[in-house]
Design a protein around this ligand. Structure first.
Ligand SMILES: [Zn+2]
Length: 423
């Protein structure tokens, strides 16, 4: 393809394009004009461009999409991170906040965060009136009396531009208080809003010893039949009780396979409860994640010392947790044996489908928005740690270098990207 007559704003030259949506995996140049992908070809270097960037030796993908972010900064207390530190400055062009804003606080999310961030910032709206305040610190705020179906449906419907789903939790601390009532209300919100329901798995709140308390295995068996095709189960690899692996048998619940056969989707939702051992068991059983949310929040990133007082350092279960990022989560999936194309699909093509935005993002096809991520697969010996004490040594570290968000360049200079841990 010759491009003599075309003038580009930017040409990314000499990189290896990995674009599962178009099936491209090889050396291609990308030409960007007016915030859109204008051309993809083996060599566009003869074309005129305001800037030509040499990306040889690097991987070029559609802009990364993090399906599980917590970026309702200031309003969700220490929980909510700065959107652009998680987003464009970490090589991630689209963020989906999971349950930070609620029907009562979405206005602030939109006005103060989403409209101002350089990262495309969307959300799954919380099923709870209080949303994700302080990371759901007080369980009593999250019972059935803390939910208003009509109000949440109304706000979700009126804000389709930003609200892409409904967030709720299935975990035994809540179930010990309210059984499945909260989940049924969350499902009702999702049904009436005609949006997918995203369910957190794995214990979050301490249980209360009252009444007829389901155990973790009973809970997932009761939950999964409520899920419809397109709904999402998150945290399949959790080390906490209540994930995909049965506490009784140590194997993946049969009910999970039935759900996946029906079209229920799986988001990794890495977080601080990601476990290599659980991940191996779930992957070996044939479960494949559809999307890979990082689930970074203020309690599980390396919090600057001034962010925690002495008491909090003592009491915060995440203080000193192994640092991670979306690129570390990608590195881990590679280390667990997924192919590069499969891993890239979980952060580009698949989440674009989940968001019903595949016409705009998630691919480097000509005409799409010029959201592009450029990464390097750095070779060496690197230690990866989960928070159950398991270390894995891998030889490939996914390292973001920069991204284009609608054609505009952002270096990957976020302090949230952990430095490589060489061994
Ligand atoms: Zn989360």
């Amino acid at each position: 393809m010759t491009q003599e007559n075309v003038r580009f704003d930017t040409i990314l030259h000499g990189g290896t394009v990995v674009d599962p949506a178009t099936g491209r995996h090889g050396k291609f140049d990308i030409g960007v004009t007016d915030g859109r992908i204008a051309a993809v070809g083996p060599d566009l270097s003869s074309g005129a461009a305001s800037q030509k960037i040499d990306v040889s030796g690097k991987i070029v993908t559609a802009g990364l999409i993090d399906t599980h972010a917590h970026v309702y900064q200031h309003v969700t207390g220490k929980f909510g991170l700065n959107p652009d530190l998680v987003g464009v400055r970490s090589g991630v062009t689209t963020l989906v906040d999971q349950g930070g804003p609620s029907c009562m606080t979405l206005g602030g999310f939109k006005h103060f965060l989403a409209n101002k961030a350089d990262s495309r910032t969307l959300c799954y709206i919380s099923c709870y009136l209080v949303g994700g305040m302080e990371g759901h610190l007080y369980p009593d705020l999250h019972g059935p009396s803390g939910i208003n179906v009509d109000h949440t449906v109304r706000v979700a419907r009126a804000n389709r531009d930003i609200v892409r789903g409904i967030k709720g939790h299935a975990e035994i601390g809540g179930a010990s208080r309210w059984g499945l009532d909260v989940l049924k209300l969350a499902k009702e919100i999702a049904r009436q809003s005609e949006l997918p329901l995203y369910i957190h798995l794995g214990q979050m709140w301490p249980s209360v010893e009252e009444g007829d308390v389901p155990d973790a295995d009973e809970l997932i068996r009761a939950l999964v039949p409520l899920m419809d095709p397109g709904d999402v189960l998150a945290h399949p690899f959790t080390r906490h009780p209540g994930g995909f692996v049965s506490m009784e048998t140590g194997e993946v619940h049969p009910v999970v396979f039935e759900a996946l056969d029906r079209g229920v989707l799986v988001d990794v939702g890495h977080g601080s409860h990601f476990s290599f051992e659980m991940a191996k068991r779930v992957l070996d059983a044939g479960v494949r994640p559809f999307t890979l949310g990082a689930d970074l929040h203020g309690y599980n990133v390396r919090i600057p010392a001034e962010g925690l007082d002495a008491d909090e350092r003592e009491s915060n279960p995440f203080a000193g947790a192994a640092p991670f990022s979306l690129s570390i989560a990608m590195t881990e999936l590679l280390a667990l044996g997924l192919s590069l194309d499969e891993v890239i699909a979980t952060v580009t093509m698949n989440p674009a489908k989940l968001l019903h935005m595949e016409d705009e993002i998630g691919s480097l096809a000509v005409g799409k928005v010029a959201d592009v991520s450029v990464m390097e697969l750095v070779s060496g010996r690197f230690k990866l740690s989960d928070n159950s004490g398991v270390d894995v040594v891998t030889d490939t570290l996914v390292t973001p270098r920069f991204c284009l968000r609608e054609g505009r360049m952002f270096e990957s200079d976020s302090p949230l990207i952990p430095p490589p841990f060489y061994v």
